[in-house]
Design a protein around this ligand. Structure first.
Ligand code: ZN
Length: 209
């Protein structure tokens, strides 16, 4: 029921004000998140909830299958604003296992305009065919494509003029590739972080992030 949502909102806002009378005044006067999240639209992967970040702490862009189309004015506007105005330090491209977008891209059926949107997924599957054919089982193969896609989107984002220009001007900015498990609620770092112009592998549990 929609009224439930509105009633919940009133309770939430009241609780927040009781905890901290200046909470909304402070939040409305300034937005300075350190992170830009580029994730899937899937309702089970909400950036704030799974990372424990509060309102004001993460700038979010979501689309089906968390793709970085380099002609996507919506995404590029978000990235430019995040990098140039908010001056985020980290961009996280986050995919998830069991992604319906990835599954739809490869099921051989026609779905409509989404087929055009998901073309990069088919390209990734084709490029990595050799690796994928030796994986046993359809779902594990799709999950590997989810991982490969995240790495490809990180690389694609790193090549945009917005990011190149930021790095040329010495801005501190890293792009990370993560993947989320719907079945265990855990995020995994895919170790495809890009900092500046050099690609670095960050061993698990190490590094500054
Ligand atoms: Zn998805």
């Amino acid at each position: 029921m929609l009224t439930d949502l509105l009633e919940h909102n009133v309770r939430w806002a009241t609780d927040k004000r009781e905890e901290d009378p200046n909470y909304f005044r402070r939040l409305s006067s300034l937005q300075r998140p350190e992170y830009l999240w580029i994730g899937c639209s899937d309702s089970r992967v909400p950036a704030n909830v799974i990372t424990g970040l509060q309102p004001g702490e993460v700038f979010v862009h979501r689309n089906i299958a968390n793709l970085v189309h380099r002609g996507d004015m919506n995404l590029l506007s978000v990235v430019e604003f995040a990098v140039e105005t908010l001056e985020v330090k980290h961009i996280i491209v986050c995919g998830h296992y069991g992604c319906g977008g990835v599954r739809s891209a490869l099921d051989g059926h026609r779905h409509g305009i989404i087929d055009h949107w998901l073309q990069p997924i088919r390209d990734i599957a084709e490029t990595n065919e050799q690796e994928l054919t030796i994986i046993d089982g359809h779902d594990p193969r799709l999950d590997r494509i989810c991982e490969l896609s995240v790495s490809a989107q990180v690389a694609s984002l790193a090549r945009t003029p917005i990011i190149r220009s930021a790095w040329e001007r010495g801005k501190q900015l890293s792009i990370h590739g993560w993947i989320y498990g719907l079945s265990d609620g855990l995020l995994r770092d895919l170790d495809c972080t890009v900092r500046g112009t050099s690609r670095t592998e960050t061993p698990e549990g190490q590094g500054d992030d």
